[in-house]
Each structure stands twice: as C-alpha cells, then as structure tokens.
Design a binder for this molecule. Structure first.
Ligand code: SAM
Length: 197
C-alpha cells in the first residue's frame, strides 16, 4: 500500500533531504545511487560526518570526476567511495560488511542537469537497483526516489517504480508518495520507502 502525502507546491528535493535527515545519525552508512552534480552526495557526506560512509554511484565518468574534483583536498573525500558503475550493481560494488547496514539510499532519476540528456536512468536498471537497495537497508532505513514522469521514458519509469513499491511486503516496508502538483501527471513524484522491520 502507498499512502499519498499531498503537499502544497514544495521542493521535492528539499523534502527528500528532510526525510533522510530525520533518519540519519552521524557515522551511518548511506548510498547516493545517482551522484550527478554531487548535491545529494555532499548533503549525505555532511549528515554522516567524519566517521560515516557514503557510497556514490554514477555511470558517467564526468559526474564522478567532477565530484571528486570538488572534494579534492577536503576531509569529506575520506568518507566517500565513488563508483563509476550502474546502481543496479550496488550489491557487488559495496563490501559485504555494509550489506543490511545502510541507513539511506537516495535516487534522483533522469538525466544530469547541464549534461547529456541522452544519458538517463532506465527502468530495468532502476528497478534492479531498488531491489538491491531494499535488501541493503537496516531496519528503519529509508530509500527516496525522485522520479520525473515529464521527460521521455520518465512516465514509464515512474509508473514502474510505483508498481515496484506496491509489490513490497507491507509487513516490512512502508511507502509514502509525495506529489507537489497532484493534478499534473507530468510533475515530479517523490517515493519514500521505509524498512519498518
Ligand atoms: C538527476 S541526475 C542526479 C542528480 C544528483 N543527485 C545531484 O545532486 O546533482 C541523474 C544521474 O543519474 C545517472 N545515472 C543514469 N543511469 C544510471 C545508472 N544506471 N546508475 C547510476 N547512475 C545513473 C546519470 O548519469 C545522472 O548523472
């Protein structure tokens, strides 16, 4: 079951950040499944602090390189492992000692703002990554998925993410859907999936 939390127009990025902030303690381990320009990566690094761990995935070398360059020479880089690979491969790229101990996984789907709009998240790998992420979570951990039905392919991807959420075992996962503009089907949607037990 998905409970629908309709809000007046708000930034779903800010909402995703506040939902994650409510769940994370310093020294937690988290995943940014779509590094892009690194805004979410930086947010997560600041939340988990010097003893925490952030794994960041992106298929684009440019995204990984630019985030590494931004953080070069800062202590934040020591807590970050950047992985140029599909988030669908997170299971094999994250050391087993972190499995089932991840407190948050952030997905910001679509294309890199200011980048090549042809390089875009794909439904199949997004669903594979979500399955993997749900198994990586610690109890009370959270996955946020910001989905954009407004761009080409985005409507199918958003719909499939919703179906994936609906198929989750309600004994173990709670799902909330946030829509800033519920009357506009092409407007972004935020799914927040919490592992309850
Ligand atoms: C909307 S952007 C992410 C924005 C980012 N979170 C930020 O704060 O700037 C989406 C990113 O997903 C990446 N991406 C696309 N397919 C991917 C995949 N299978 N695995 C990991 N990243 C992927 C794109 O390269 C792009 O950088």
């Amino acid at each position: 079951m998905i409970s629908n939390d309709t809000k007046p127009p708000i930034s779903l990025v800010k909402l995703a950040h506040s939902l994650i902030k409510a769940k994370i303690k310093s020294d937690d381990s988290v995943i940014d499944a779509t590094v892009g320009n690194g805004h979410d990566t930086l947010f997560l690094l600041e939340l988990v602090g010097a003893k925490g761990k952030v794994f960041g995935f992106d298929i684009q070398e440019a995204a990984i390189d630019s985030v590494r360059a931004i953080l070069q020479g800062t202590s934040l880089l020591e807590c970050l492992t950047l992985i140029q690979a599909s988030h669908a491969k997170m299971g094999e790229n994250i050391p087993p000692s972190y499995h089932s101990k991840i407190s948050a996984v952030m997905f910001n789907l679509g294309y890199l703002p200011g980048g090549d709009k042809r390089i875009i998240t794909q439904t199949d790998s997004t669903l594979a990554a979500l399955s993997c992420a749900s198994q990586m979570l610690i109890t009370n951990g959270i996955i946020t998925v910001l989905a954009y039905p407004g761009h080409e392919g985005g409507e199918i991807e958003t719909d499939q993410v919703k179906r994936w959420c609906l198929a989750l075992d309600p004994e173990h996962y709670q799902v909330k859907l946030f829509e800033s503009q519920p009357d506009k089907t092409s407007a972004p949607k935020l799914f927040a999936i919490t592992k309850t037990r």
